[in-house]
Design a protein around this ligand. Structure first.
Ligand code: 5GP
Length: 198
């Protein structure tokens, strides 16, 4: 059972002002991380939820900033302890959103942003129907492949797993409140800003 009521964003006598939960989802490589970083730079009052993952850090990634990098057994323990708001397996690794930090920030009236894959985004939609869910689409599949390969940080096997998964994810785009194409970065950014703040 969820601790939070389903009316995040409501501001009634019985409840303290609640924040809003924003979910950015879309296929790996679509640029949702870059869009989110740009949003966070412009609006430092937003709280970004740092996920836990069993994936190894990529060059330049910092533990506690990009992710909490943990082992599989640590992850499994946290799952059994109910410490994740949602979690999913993606391309052979586990990813999860720490429950307590997110709920505390929402309760204190903050806007909280999650940047997560499809299964997790579905779980959040189910648990928090009032969350704003935004699906980021690539301008084309070929462009997505180019971006994933261009990162040059994943093995060929990881790339093909991500591409297969991307097809499934894109097919689910209209399950979410809003679909935004990340073709022109600045335009996509403005659309996200509009959705969050207007
Ligand atoms: P990457 O390994 O490229 O950092 O992330 C792979 C995918 O996992 C991305 O689509 C990313 O949005 C997603 N992801 C990151 N953190 C979480 C999380 O906490 N939960 C879920 N379900 N997906 C996540």
């Amino acid at each position: 059972m969820q601790v939070l009521p389903t009316h995040i964003g409501a501001n009634t006598k019985e409840c303290p002002p609640l924040g809003k939960l924003i979910v950015l989802t879309g296929p790996s490589g679509v640029g949702k991380g870059t869009l989110m970083n740009a949003i966070l730079q412009r609006y430092p009052e937003l709280h970004y939820s740092v996920s836990a993952t069993t994936r190894s850090p990529r060059p330049g990634e910092v533990n506690g900033k990009n992710y909490h990098f943990i082992t599989r057994s640590e992850f499994e323990k946290l799952v059994t302890q109910g410490e994740f708001l949602e979690w999913a397996e993606f391309a052979g690794n586990f990813y999860g959103t720490p429950r307590e930090a997110v709920l505390n920030h929402i309760q204190s009236g903050k806007l909280v942003v999650l940047e997560i894959e499809l299964e997790g985004a579905r779980q959040i939609r189910h648990t928090f129907p009032s969350a704003l869910s935004i699906f980021i689409l690539p301008p084309s599949f070929a462009e997505l492949e180019k971006r994933i390969r261009g990162r040059g940080q994943d093995t060929e096997e990881a790339i093909s797993r991500r591409l297969n998964r991307a097809e499934e994810e894109i097919a689910a785009a209209d399950e979410f409140n809003l679909q935004i194409i990340n073709g022109d970065f600045e335009e996509a950014l403005q659309e996200i800003e509009k959705a969050i703040f207007h």
